[in-house]
Design a protein around this ligand. Sequence first.
Ligand code: DGL
Length: 276
Amino acid sequence: MSAQTIKSNETPVDKYAEKPIAVFDSGVGGISVLKHIHTLLPNEQLLYVADSKYAPYGNKTAAEIQARCFEIAEFLIAKNAKALVVACNTATAAAIDAMRARYSLPIIGMEPAVKPAAAATKNGIIGVLATTGTLKSAQFAALLESYGRNVKVVTQACVGLVECVERGELDTDNTNALVQQYCAPLLAEGADTIVLGCTHYPFIKPLIEQAVGNNVAIVDTGAAVAKYLQKKLAAQDLLTTVEAEANVAFWTNSQADNSAQVIEALWGAKAEVQIF
Ligand code: DGL
């Protein structure tokens, strides 16, 4: 029998489904999403790229962000990615349409959780913490148009917070002062629900919780993105059939000496970190 022959009682193995899922962000923030994906789909091989040399994306033009996304997508596709997760609200707003037009693999993006927050608020006032790029984008305006009509939405651009997380400063006086500064206007407007509209912010959620107190709900999108990814891959028969916990590989272009330590600290376990 030739190596090509498939016996009648065997199912051909769909090797494509065994390829890795690739996740990227302007930096280390998308690791907050990667954790949800690994928890939900532990048998999927995962690749993660932190484009930290170019972070933050939040103050770049859409054309600049698209150029970064294309370069990273091509790097990850060359590594055999079967799907891409843009674990960055800012990059999704600026580049996901252009990426989908250029590449044929499934591309999953994310947007601030205005819809669930609008459904959850009790007093009809929600706050959104995000980057300037996300808040200024046409996608965010469309999101408000679709889901923010019946609630008051107070937005706050958080300049400098991405950089704090990039440096691994999750609990310093400086990070805390910025968090207090950015949460204050949302509290002053009476928001009872606050959306973390940037994937870096879940890493400073304890500071945000402290700043806003127990009566304010905090909404993050990571778990929903992981569930959506699972659904999307299942629909295309792209979930792995391997039954063993898979490897997670990290790449960064950070210039900082402690970049691997920051990644390990955020990932919460030993991490294989390479430079790209
Ligand atoms: N984690 C990115 C996001 O979700 C941060 C963007 C940036 O680098 O400014 O928007």
